[in-house]
Design a binder for this molecule. Structure first.
Ligand code: MN
Length: 430
């Protein structure tokens, strides 16, 4: 039995006060779904199985290029971050793993493993960092890392990634995510082909150090930190990388890393079809890589992405096993609250997508009935699945209303008393 940070008594009392209402709502929704031929318990079971990883860096307050305004009780180190992740896990029961960023979270791997297992947490993908300079680093990444013109800098970046794999092996991680800031700010600054060739050569060295049961994820991003061109610019480039490297290499889709209005759900479908979808970094955006909370701006798009995922799952797409992770910057909210609600939003999109009448949809598609096809999606999307999500939390030991339970527990005030205030300062979010 793993330890809990929020008192189990408090969660029990919280749930007891809400249970009767929830049971009525669940039964009422169950009757309505039954009329559509859907068994509510089967959907709830799938929600209970669904998991999304928490990025260690997400529990600290994020920042923009303008500034960062830390909140009270900021985690001081990875061990504080693990405790914050344990709270998110306890109250939502949707986030069983933490994704580490090296060197930010560097610590004795055995101690890390112990700290996480105390709360029943595991480790998701390892994330390398060659987009900023670590303290005492020999060569700078100012002008790139894996695609750098200088062979020594590329070697240093390759070795860092190999070190991340080594740390991850001890932790029980099974994937490495390589995100780079390489690119250019001016036309003519770099030779596109040469830079990409250097990147691919460096990635091949990293790939050769990957254990057989690991996956390698690469993430595309059209701009930032480089503003004219990035080396891994778009999903096409990302697909080429995964294809060049081999069967253990997959593309990661960060929802914020596309131009506004790009049809992300179609990209997801293409990557599934050609067996290269590795997983997601969930977040939401209005203008660019805003790193806003998942589902906060365009929940319908999140649903449409899950519509593709559920379609692939139900049709038994070969090798389909995408990793789910949140990747957001919480600038004006308590990061724990944002991450809990974001995990629930991702669960919600999944549950709604499970409600799509796929047989009817296929028939409308074949009959060229555009109106009814799109209505079929809308009927699923319009269904308020909150009673299913809340019942899944109640069944698995979480809180019916995670934010209300978290606030009642006074966790933030408690850690603020223990963790010294952090001075506000420079921005920086990837
Ligand atoms: Mn990301």
């Amino acid at each position: 039995m793993s330890e809990t940070i929020i008192s189990a008594d408090l969660v029990d009392r919280h749930n007891a006060a809400r249970k009767a209402d929830l049971e009525r709502d669940y039964q009422s929704l169950g009757e309505r779904l039954d009329r559509r031929g859907i068994a509510i318990d089967a959907i709830r079971d799938k929600v209970e199985e669904f998991a999304v990883a928490i990025p260690s860096w997400g529990v600290g307050t994020g920042g923009t290029r303008f500034a960062r305004f830390p909140g009270p009780g900021e985690p001081r180190d990875i061990f504080d971050k693990i405790e914050d992740c344990a709270v998110i896990r306890q109250l939502t029961q949707a986030t069983p793993t933490v994704s580490l960023h090296i060197p930010w979270d560097k610590a004795d791997p055995n101690r890390l493993k112990q700290a996480a297992s105390r709360f029943g947490l595991g480790f998701d993908a390892m994330n390398s960092n060659t987009f900023s300079d670590a303290k005492d680093q020999k060569l700078s990444y100012k002008f790139g890392s894996l695609s750098h013109a200088d062979a020594g800098t590329r070697r240093q970046a390759v070795e860092h990634n190999l070190e991340c794999i080594e740390i991850g092996k001890t932790l029980g991680s099974k994937a490495l995510t390589v995100w780079i800031g390489d690119g250019s700010n001016f036309p003519g600054q770099v030779n596109f082909a040469k830079a990409f060739e250097r990147y691919l050569d460096a990635m091949k060295e990293i790939y050769s150090g990957l254990p057989d049961d690991w996956k390698l994820f690469t993430e595309h991003k059209m701009y930032e930190p480089a503003f004219y061109s990035t080396v891994v610019q778009d999903w096409g480039t990302n697909y080429i990388i995964a294809k060049e490297l081999g069967d253990k290499a997959f593309c990661l889709v960060d929802l914020g890393h596309h131009a506004p209005n790009v049809n992300i759900e179609m990209i997801v479908s293409r990557l599934i079809q050609f067996k290269k979808l590795g997983g997601f970094h969930f977040n939401d955006s209005k203008y660019g890589d805003d790193d806003l909370d998942a589902g906060s701006i365009d929940p319908y798009r999140l649903f449409l992405v899950f519509n593709e995922l559920v379609d692939a799952e139900l049709s038994g797409a070969e090798g389909f096993d995408p990793a789910h992770m949140l990747d957001q910057s919480h600038n004006v909210t308590d990061p724990i609250e944002s991450l809990m609600l974001s995990a629930v939003e991702v669960q919600r999109a999944h549950a709604q997508a499970l409600l799509v009448d796929r047989k009817a949809l296929a028939e409308f598609q074949d009959a060229n009935d555009a109106l009814m096809a799109t209505q079929t999606l809308k009927i699923a999307y319009r269904t308020d699945v909150e009673p299913i999500l809340a019942m899944a939390r109640l069944n698995t030991g979480g809180a019916i209303d995670p934010v209300a339970a978290y606030r009642a527990a006074g966790y933030r005030a408690k850690v603020a008393a223990e963790r010294p205030a952090v001075a506000s300062g420079g921005g920086g979010i990837v």
